[in-house]
Write a protein that binds this ligand. Structure first.
Ligand code: SF4
Length: 348
């Protein structure tokens, strides 16, 4: 039970030991908000040859994004279906349109505008979250997205996975860490929330490599993080490597330890949007843990409790970010006026 004299954040840090996105949404909205995953029909420059072919070695979008299977459904209909599902199953009242599949900034600005605004036209959609690659956001696209912050709650989600260029090359990401930093710094000049995706257990990475990623991400001034363990899906280059014996996956306890280690290094005001990846249908090759997402999440909470730590408990020991512009994003709810973006520079 919440202690009424305790600020909400401390209360959920006591309960979960980290900052779940569900709690973030409760802090920001007076009604129950859920994300509706969407497939807008985009592809990915790392698949169609513009940046690379074949995509990231682990990528099988259809394994984690059910909307990519079957015939294309108009965005408006996807929103209607998603609303009906989340209302009935979870009692959700308002929604964030989550452009999830492939690269959701991979089109000209006018095409993107039509897509995004088809979702935002729904009266129950109060926000938008756009998943993309760091090498696929021009300033014009960021301007378009920033325009929505006047009325909506807005996120851009960047796939990073690792800060180590050797790893990024190995998994055929098609971009390096420098490109990611460039995208983040340009996004921070706008009033857009940033969520970063990281995979733990990538081929060739040690615990030290993963913690270096955590420490680098911790200093970026971002608002959200998504973590998951490396898993091997069918019909991927990673699966070929796995069957040759060149790639290993981890057991659940190892992941729980690593995720806890990682979150100890992430500031406690960065919301955790995901701790476990989704694989739908029969796509999963390895690892098979026979545990629900809730069991894995509560395993992380229990590990924090066992250690007597919580998210961010190792963050204060880190050096502050130097001379990076840090934006404190506006808190926006549909119908409220926009505050001007404020740029701050930390100087020591
Ligand atoms: S960037 Fe995303 S969609 Fe493109 S290949 Fe990699 S994981 Fe797949």
């Amino acid at each position: 039970m919440k202690n009424p004299s305790m600020p909400a954040k401390q209360s959920y840090l006591l309960k979960y030991r980290f900052f779940p996105f569900s709690e973030y949404l409760k802090e920001h909205f007076p009604y129950k908000v859920h994300k509706i995953p969407l497939h807008a029909g985009f592809t990915c420059p790392n698949r169609d040859g513009r940046v690379g072919v074949g995509g990231c070695t682990y990528c099988a979008n259809e394994s984690f994004s059910p909307n990519t299977r079957g015939p294309y459904i108009p965005i408006r209909a996807q929103i209607e279906n998603g609303k009906a599902f989340h209302k009935k199953r979870y009692g959700a009242e308002k929604f964030i349109a989550y452009f999830q599949s492939f690269t959701n900034t991979y089109a000209d600005v006018e095409t993107l505008r039509l897509c995004y605004e088809e979702a935002l036209a729904d009266k129950d959609v109060i926000g938008i979250s756009i998943g993309t690659r760091p090498d696929c956001v021009t300033d014009d696209i960021l301007d378009l997205i920033n325009g929505y912050t006047k009325k909506y709650h807005v996120w851009v989600e960047y796939g990073l996975q690792s800060i180590h260029d050797d790893t990024l090359k190995h998994i055929n990401r098609g971009h390096d860490y420098k490109m990611f930093l460039d995208a983040v710094n340009r996004t921070k000049r706008a009033c857009i929330n940033i969520c970063v995706h990281v995979i733990l257990g990538l081929p060739g990475e040690t615990r030290d490599n993963m913690m270096a990623t955590a420490e680098a991400v911790a200093g970026l001034g971002i608002q959200g993080i998504k973590l998951h363990h490396l898993y091997v899906a069918k019909n991927t280059a990673l699966a070929e490597e796995y069957f040759k014996g060149n790639v290993k996956t981890m057991d659940m306890n190892t992941y729980i330890q690593l995720a806890t280690d990682f979150l100890e290094r992430i500031p406690s005001d960065v919301t955790v949007q995901r701790l476990v990846g989704d694989t739908h249908g029969n796509f999963l090759v390895s690892p098979i843990w026979n545990a629900s997402k809730a069991e894995i999440t509560s395993g992380v909470t229990r590990e924090f409790e066992r250690r007597g730590t919580s998210q961010g408990s190792r963050y204060s020991a880190l050096a502050p970010t130097v001379n990076q512009p840090v934006l404190f994003p506006c808190q926006k709810i549909k119908g409220q006026d926009l505050e001007e973006p404020k740029l701050h520079t930390l100087e020591i």
